[in-house]
Write a protein that binds this ligand. Sequence first.
Ligand code: NAI
Ligand SMILES: N/C(=C\C=C\C(=O)O)C(=O)O
Length: 487
Amino acid sequence: MAGTTALLMLENFIGGKFLPCSSYIDSYDPSTGEVYCQVPNSGKEEVEAAVEAARAAFPGWANRSPQERSQVLHRLADLLEQSLEELAQAESKDQGKTVALARAMDIPRSVQNFRFFASSILHHTSECTQMDHVGCLHYTVRTPVGIAGLISPWNLPLYLLTWKIAPAIAAGNTVIAKPSELTSVTAWMMCKLLEKAGVPPGVVNIVFGTGPRVGEALVSHPEVPLISFTGSQPTAERITQLSAPHFKKLCLELGGKNPAIIFEDANLEECVPTTVRSSFANQGEICLCTSRIFVQKRIYSEFLKRFVAATRMWKVGIPSDPSASMGALISKTHLEKVRSYIERARAEGARILCGEGVDTLSLPPGNRGGYFMLPTVITDIKDESRCMKEEIFGPVTCVVPFESEEEVIERANSVKYGLAATVWSSNVGRVHRVAKKLQSGLVWTNCWLIRELNLPFGGMKSSGIGREGAKDSYNFFTEIKTVTVKH
Ligand SMILES: NC(=O)C1=CN([C@@H]2O[C@H](COP(=O)(O)OP(=O)(O)OC[C@H]3O[C@@H](n4cnc5c(N)ncnc54)[C@H](O)[C@@H]3O)[C@@H](O)[C@H]2O)C=CC1
Ligand SMILES: N/C(=C\C=C\C(=O)O)C(=O)O
C-alpha cells in the first residue's frame, strides 16, 4: 500500500474542465508494486458529456484555417517540451520504463508528433482532373469527419496518444481520447497545458477508465464516427464488432511477432547491439520489438555467443538508475504472462541461455515487489512453439538457425502477424529482394526503429488495418468528396 503518502488523484478532462468521477481505479507503480494513483472509472455518462462538449466545439474548430490550427499545435509542442523532465519522470513512474528512455524517446517523440502534424497539415493538396470533351472539371475536397474516438495502450503512453491526437485535431476534428487505465498520468498532465496552448474547450476531451466500461461506451456511441486504436488483437476484434452496426471508420494498429533475419554477410558489430535493443527496448513492450531471430547457419554459433553476452550487459535496474537499460514490466499480470511463455518453452525442451531462471536479478529492498525480470534468450525451439507464434510483449526473444533465403522468408511469414521485420545483410540486392517478399508493413534493413513520420506506419494480416503517417492519418481523419463542375 502507499502508506501515508497521498495518492495522486486524476480527473477527466471534458469541455475544457477537470471533472471528478463517482468511482476510481487503483493505479500501480510498476517499480514497487504499490498503488500510487487513482484513475477515474468513467463510463457512459462521462462519454455522453464528452460527446456533447466535442459536438459543440466541432464547428468552430473545423472552420479555423489549417494555419491557425497549426499554430495551436506548435504552442502545445513547446509547452510539452518545457515540461519534458516532469513528464519523463511521470511516464517512468507510471509505466515502469527507465527515466532515461522516457527522457530520450517518449516525451521528445510526443513533442515531435505535434510539431510534425502542425507542419504536415499545411502541405496537403487535392486532386483535380479535366474532361474537356464534356466541359467538366472534377476535383476533390476533404473535410474533417467529426468526433474522433482515440484509444491508446500502456506501453508508450503519451507517445502513442499524441500520435493520434495531433493528426486528428490538425485536420479539424474534435476528439475524445481514452488512454490505458494502467498509464493515464501523462495524458492528464497534458490536459493542464491545453488552455495555455490555445486549444478551445471541447476540442480535446479525455475520459479515463477501463476498456470494457468507458472504452466500449466510446466505441458504441453513434455520434463518434471514427475510432483509431492501438493495442491487442482481441480488443481490436471487440471494437470491430461494436462499431460494425454504425459502419465506423477504423484504424487498428495491433501486435507483432517480428522477425530479425540475419544473413551470414551481416555486419555483426552493428547487428548484435541493435538486435539486443530491438528485442529488449522498453522491456520488449513495443509492438515493433524483435521476438524471433533467424540466423544463417554459418554464423549461428558466433552470433549466439555475442548476442547472449550483449544481453547480459543489458542492465535491469530501478527506473531512476541512469545506468539501467531496462526497468519494470507494466503489471503483475503481464509479468506472470511473460514468465509463463518461458516456462512453456522450457517444458517443450527449449534451452534458456540467459535471463529468467538462469541468471540472478538483484534489486534494492524497496523494489522487490516491482515487476522486474531479466532479458531472456531462448534457443533450440520449434517454429510451431507458442513462443515462436504468439506476441509475448516482454523481454523474451528466440534465436533459431536457417539455411537459405527462400526457407527463411517462408518461416518469417509463417505467423498470423505482419508488422515489423529487420533484415541484416551487406548484399544490397538480397536486402531489397527479401524486404519485398516479407509479409510485413515495415521492414528495417541493417537498422531498427528509424522512423520517417511522413511514410505509412502499420501492419499486414492480424497486425491491423489502416496506416498512420502524414498522408495516411490525414486521409483517415478526413472525409473525401468528389465535386464535378460543368462549365
Ligand atoms: N501496441 C501493441 O501492439 C500493444 C499490444 N498489446 C498486447 O495486448 C496484450 C494485453 O494488453 P492490454 O493492456 O490488455 O491491451 P488492450 O488491447 O486490452 O488495451 C489497449 C487499450 O484498449 C482499451 N480497451 C480494452 N478493452 C477494450 C474494449 N473492450 N473496448 C474498447 N477499448 C478497450 C484499453 O483500456 C487500452 O486503453 C499485451 O500483453 C500485448 O501482447 C498491448 C498493448 C499495446
Ligand atoms: N505502435 C507502437 C509503436 C509505435 C512506434 C512509432 O510510431 O514509432 C506500439 O508499440 O504499439
